[in-house]
Design a protein around this ligand. Structure first.
Ligand code: GRF
Length: 231
């Protein structure tokens, strides 16, 4: 049975589009029940063109100012609760983050906790974590003069880009002349790495021990699916 998922995005939506395409081509056995956004963004149009419902939940304005002190926590909880309300009619089993520019708080994460204690929330990050967590990671790698950067698919935990790593791919950028070059090369990798990794993560046929995520024995059909993605 296809895994019902909610995709979260805040921007261009190229990873969202890549996931849609992989599903349409039957390379990924998932059903995108809803796109959740926190702002107006290009991803909305992609969802509408594909007939996927869109829910918009903005982070409370009053929670953004440091003047409010502890109210930041209160704002995060309100945001989490509003997301849960928006998701409830769609019954997603997993949240798949695709360029979502807001943190998820404990209230939301706990609603997606599996009985093996990880959260059913997956992200793609544009670096070889733990290098360059946070925003603008391709730019940071380029400015730092890195010869190699990469992309990481990981489970979400309470930290910023600190969750257990499912898959990584290195990307040579030594000959890139601009951030745009790096990003173009990076996104081409992300668009394959994300659907192929979700192919086995969403089945939950993996072992997770001391942060190590590995395919469980008996998950061979999912491994076979990787062969379909050209490298
Ligand atoms: C990607 O680089 C992704 O790794 C990061 O945010 C960017 C989103 O791009 N989390 P897009 O909106 O999917 O085009």
């Amino acid at each position: 049975m296809s895994t019902p998922i909610a995709v979260f995005a805040s921007g261009r939506g190229s990873n969202f589009q890549a996931l849609l395409r992989a599903i349409q081509m039957k390379l990924l056995d998932a059903e995108i029940r809803v796109l959740l956004v926190d702002r107006e963004c290009a991803a909305i149009q992609i969802a509408q063109d594909a007939g996927i419902p869109v829910e918009k939940v903005s982070f409370p304005e009053w929670g953004k100012s440091s003047e409010f002190g502890d109210r930041g926590v209160e704002a995060q909880t309100k945001f989490d609760e509003a997301i849960l309300r928006a998701l409830s009619p769609h019954y997603p089993k997993f949240i798949v983050l695709a360029g979502f520019k807001r943190r998820l708080g404990p209230t939301l994460l706990h609603a997606f906790k599996s009985d093996r204690s990880y959260y059913r929330v997956v992200n793609i990050h544009p670096s070889l974590l733990p290098a360059f967590p946070g925003l603008d990671s391709y730019e940071k790698a380029f400015q730092f003069g890195c010869k190699v950067t990469g992309a990481t698919v990981h489970l979400i935990d309470e930290g910023l880009d600190t969750g257990p790593i499912c898959a990584q791919q290195a990307i040579e950028i030594g000959d890139c002349l601009s951030v745009e070059d790096v990003e173009k090369r990076g996104l081409a990798v992300e668009h394959k790495l994300y659907p192929e990794t979700l192919g086995w993560v969403l089945t939950e046929h993996f072992d997770l021990e001391k942060r190590r995520v590995s395919l469980a024995s008996g998950a061979l059909p999912e491994v076979w699916r990787w062969c379909v993605f050209p490298r």
